[in-house]
Design a protein around this ligand. Sequence first.
Ligand code: PEP
Length: 250
Amino acid sequence: MRKKLIAGNWKMNLTRETSASLAGEVRRFALERKADREVLLAPPFPYLEAVRAAIEGSLVLLGAQDVSPHAPGAYTGEVSAEMLLDLGCARAIVGHSERRESGETDAIVRGKAKRAADLGLGIILCVGEREEERLRGEEKRVVERQLREALSGFSGRDAEEKLVVAYEPVWAIGTGRTATARDAEEMHRFARGVLAELFGEGAAHSIRILYGGSVKPSNAAELLAKDEIDGALVGGASLDAASFAEIISS
Ligand code: PEP
């Protein structure tokens, strides 16, 4: 049974103080939910420590929004997997479409995913088609390419232990538009088929595939009710404690 994961991606928002207080609120309602869902918060790098302190001792997991493909050294502005592990991060998001849009290639995503997994840091690998690609009927081809390219260095064991996939159609991110639960489910089933070709049926069955793209209280229940949808990667709605709480409880 795959445990549903609700991950909040705060992007470049909040302050040290508001990060800590939002994390404290999330901690409170995650406690009420007990252990039937995993909850992860991915604040901006400078607030990882404040959020870590706010969720310490709870079941809420700490995540990062990105990770360097490089070993520690002369890489100005980069943050290594070692540093994230040192801060207590369980996972890093890699290949988010907002980063792909600013030039992150499949090869870079592969480097980040592989190095994180090698060091023992879990990842949430984001894949998803742009609107024009969907209009051309290329959504499956795009998602298959992104999965195969990013995961080409992964063993089945890496995949089972370290990988979470997030299917995030780019046209649904931050736009208020969501894929229908049926369309999302179809894409998740397709992505799981690709994972099965790469790592075998058993591993593919155990890997969680989250949906992301304007998830909010009004659509979360329908999406999360689908067997193939193993949780949500939530942007905008994760910045509001009440909305995020409702999504966690959906
Ligand atoms: C995201 O950034 O991964 C995301 C899904 O954002 P939003 O929920 O705001 O669409």
